[in-house]
Design a binder for this molecule. Structure first.
Ligand code: ADP
Ligand code: MG
Length: 351
């Protein structure tokens, strides 16, 4: 069991292995690709010196299907970066198994690392190199032979072709982020991992980054990204896992998760005092809530995907009741988040 031994030292960043030890860049495409781009089971991380034995990750099981655009959603401190950094080989796990593209990270750490490109949360870019030089250097680190480098293609893919020879310090924040994505792509990894790609960026840039991520996904790259923005996960990702205090609380296809949101209520306040529902309204599963001596309220719960409210409105009008107020309430991802985690956590709002 030595390969799963507890060790909380952060792993040092190592240069890429020599070409002979690499799994081969064409190789990722050549072999039968695995169904699971990333498979994680029983993953645990306790940082040395971290809050007394409080794990940053605890019993995490997660499968990222090949070809998916997977969102890992959770509040600050949930453990998202820890998980990403374990995949990247930058943090050593305490226990559990992780495989990337079918390669166990303990059995073959170099090969596993060669299968992913990681875009870190921080913008760590050397300002004195041009994007072209930077990608070239990075490809060298990974041992990609000159003839196999796709520098221009990658720069074009992230919309930086015209900045290939500009000094990085002259690039805007958005361009720097895209340059980091480009850097993560130099060794043509089948899996791309982005840690909070749009944290703190404005709406226009966020949209732009999303469209680049979507294009990479459409081109066949499996993408795992972390975010603490509900909208980002909802709009961009086909799968969402919610992580909170080191535990995965839900992991589902986005459409399945959103189906849980298919629950609305409409509260109608009427001027009349009613002791029973008028007959014409009895087919609507309305709940009558008498309100002291004041106006009564009718609460109508329905599934927007199945029930139209138009009919009810028409019947209400026909019944001659005087509608004082209509209020709708709908569940959203924030409610689900609250239900599952008990915390008001992930951010809703503009990055
Ligand atoms: P997220 O990326 O979701 O915000 P992190 O993975 O960065 O969460 O952090 C998860 C938990 O682990 C937090 O409680 C954080 O304080 C702790 N943590 C992260 N990095 C370290 C470290 N190097 N040493 C000790 N504790 C850490
Ligand atoms: Mg983080």
């Amino acid at each position: 069991m030595s390969s799963f031994s507890a060790d909380s030292r952060p792993a040092t960043r190592r240069p890429a292995p020599p070409a002979a030890e690499r799994p081969g860049f064409a190789g990722f495409g050549a072999v039968v690709p695995p169904a699971q781009a990333i498979a994680i089971s029983g993953l645990r991380k306790v940082y040395r010196g971290g809050a007394a034995a409080k794990p940053a990750l605890d019993a995490v099981d997660l499968v990222i299907p090949r070809g998916s655009l997977y969102g890992l959603l959770g509040p600050n401190g949930a453990g998202k970066s820890t998980l990403i950094n374990i995949l990247a080989g930058l943090v050593l796990k305490t226990a559990g198994r992780v495989s990337i593209w079918g390669i166990d990270i303990d059995a073959a750490p170099r090969q596993a690392r060669a299968a992913i490109g990681v875009v870190p949360q921080e913008l760590n870019i050397d300002p004195f190199f041009t994007p072209r030089e930077m990608l070239d250097m990075h490809a060298g680190f990974y041992g990609v032979p000159r003839g196999e480098r796709k520098t221009d293609e990658i720069l074009a893919a992230v919309g930086l072709a015209d900045k290939a020879n500009a000094y990085a310090r002259t690039l805007s924040g958005g361009m720097r982020r895209r340059l980091l994505v480009a850097k993560a792509l130099v060794h043509s990894p089948p899996v791309l991992v982005l840690d909070e790609p749009t944290a703190g960026v404005d709406v226009a840039l966020r949209r732009q980054l999303w469209s680049h991520v979507r294009a990479l996904s459409a081109a066949g790259t499996t993408i795992l990204l972390t975010t603490h923005y509900l909208e980002e996960a909802e709009e961009l990702c086909d799968h969402i896992a919610i992580i909170d205090r080191g535990k995965v609380v839900v992991a589902e296809r986005t459409e399945d998760l959103l189906r849980r949101l298919d629950d609305k209520s409409l509260t109608i306040t009427i001027a009349e005092r009613l002791s029973a529902l008028p007959e014409t309204l009895q087919g609507f599963h309305l709940e009558l809530v008498p309100h002291g001596g004041g106006p009564a309220r009718l609460v109508f719960r329905y599934r927007p995907s199945r029930t139209a409210r138009g009919d009810l409105r028409a019947e209400l009008q026909a019944s001659g009741l005087t509608i004082l107020d209509l209020a709708t309430e709908e569940a959203d991802l924030q409610d689900i988040f609250l239900q599952l985690t008990g915390t008001q956590a992930a951010a809703r709002g503009k990055p």
